[in-house]
Design a protein around this ligand. Sequence first.
Ligand SMILES: [Zn+2]
Length: 265
Amino acid sequence: MISIQIVNAQRLAQKSNFVRDASAAPASEAGGIKEIIPAKYQKRYDEWKTEFLSTDIGKAQWDMYSHHPRLQITITIGGKSVQGAGTGKYKWNDAGELVAATIMLGEKLDEGYPSAVYYPVMNALEPFESKQLIGGSVLAATKIAHEFGHVMKISVTSRTLYNLQVQLFPIYNKIFLSNGYNVNDPRLVEIAEKMGGNPVQIWEDREYWGEANAMVYLRDRMAKESFQCSIFGRIKRYVELYASNYQERFVQIANSTAPPYRCTW
Ligand SMILES: [Zn+2]
């Protein structure tokens, strides 16, 4: 489902020229993107956002959400994780549709590379920034794309399943910590079956969806760079090393036809 969303957004990016101001007020009171940025962070936020919107896919995703009929995404800066970001405060309507999500960006989003194990896309940028081939704003925009990936995934996850996971995670972890870390404990097997995986599997699946969208952004952003295949070669290596069970979603992005992508997977 989510890969379909990404592909649709890509098609949208190809077709339209996005003459509209991407930050224009949403068509409906109910949905759209609400930016709550403290004045002291406004300048850096504008740079990160400009970098995200410099790609057709970034513009397409932004446009899709800023004119969304139901879903309101709040974007803000702050939080404890200064170099990270997080998405949460999800709300659903009675029809089970996602109507609210909040993306919290760290105040130093343009610094810091999370581990290649769970973040094979963001981490792959590191050597290119140290060689001054890319700026911190590209890293920040890649992190924003990762968070948009979370929103996309959650919007196709049922509220019932999400709430069940939230409710069962602590119960699972409590048993896990008290049984000598035995994942084969029948009680844990039963809970994992209900939730669609154990907490680590569920968490890593979510993170890799974030990374898949980060890759969609970078694919577009790096399309004209001489080091494009060098970055994607790193991503490929990390995915094969650490995320082989989730490889398919990255292969799909690498194999989709537009924008021009010259690297082989
Ligand atoms: Zn994430």
